[in-house]
Design a protein around this ligand. Sequence first.
Ligand code: CTP
Length: 404
Amino acid sequence: MTALSGKRILLVIGGGIAAYKSLDLIRRLRERGASVRCILTAGAQQFITPLAASALTGQRSHTDLFDREDEADIGHIRLARDADLVIVAPATANLMAKMAGGHADDLASTVLLATTLPILIAPAMNVRMWLHPATQRNLTTLRADGVHVVGPNDGAMAEAEFGPGRMAEPLEIAAAAERLLVPSGPLAGKHVIVTSGPTHEPIDPVRYIANRSSGKQGHAIAKAAAEAGARVTLISGPVTLPDPAGVTTVHVESARDMLQAVEKALPADIGIFAAAVADWRVANAGEQKIKKKDGTLPNLSLTENPDILATVSHRAENRPPLMVGFAAETEHVIEHAKQKLARKGCDLIVANDVSTAGGVMGGDSNTVHLVSASNVETWPTLAKTDVARKLVERLGSLTEGAKS
Ligand code: CTP
């Protein structure tokens, strides 16, 4: 089996008892055709030797940031670049903390800070260290930074304790690496642009016009598309959600910023515009904070924002072949959605009822109708994450159909 044939993996081995399993991981990765180069932290060398790692990789192992021979030979910056994926296994609590904090006080942490490659970590530590709020905080930070995580598993630990903290098995780590390096799934090889969240339109430097969109649906779609193998660019207005793992997230404020970010992200195979873009902005927004003056109210004049979905759907060149819009309606949902489909020039509209009674805005579930020029399909009420998966599945079969 050579699923990883030609792929170069940099394996950072941290200082934990699970380091012995990293030797098996090297074998598993090489069996799949990958070449592996190792960095061992000082802690790792308490458990295994650089020589053991080199014997299995067939390449010199690296240990020291200030190794003269190393710097002359390959150098830490090249180490951080000359690979397709970095795996950190075992990722100890300390190594995770250093990564989350951006520390660079040894070769492993310096390379991890210097690299722009995808990173997969396999945490391994005592159950109490894993469950400690500091480690969980670091995990959230790392995920938000786009770091991929495999494990840890539940199980008996070296200290005769039981619980989460056991490093994922080498075969599981190799499979996770394979998923990252060889995208598969219904949207493999596709570039998907998703817009999500509200936009903020400034009134002055401290005030803005906004809406109640939470971004939950759009973010769930971006995540589902990435899980379906797509390369995803998520263009998000201001939300309180973390950036989804494995997705390139671009943060914007206003509708005009969002349009600019979409233009920059093109070309794409699919556009899914789930953002609740503000229809208007304040034409006479103040450069300075507007002061309260006795008896006089500020006179805000509104002007129309660009319609991002319509702009991209109507263009002759560089239009994603599949354009999906959302319709947030409070009445005559399907009728309005059909009109929007025609007016905006997109291929599909996901219509939903956002009247307050439905609790869709900010809520976790959604009842949607999938509207195309020839068909209306009503889905049962589903969690937003399930709406996302079902939509992505549908788009996968539509793009598949377009190919044949
Ligand atoms: N949309 C957009 N740019 C805008 C307004 C809307 O890209 N300036 C997109 C949304 O992301 C969504 C679709 O258009 O996919 C419909 O958004 P919606 O707010 O329901 O429609 P509006 O065009 O604003 O129409 P109305 O407010 O009159 O219902």
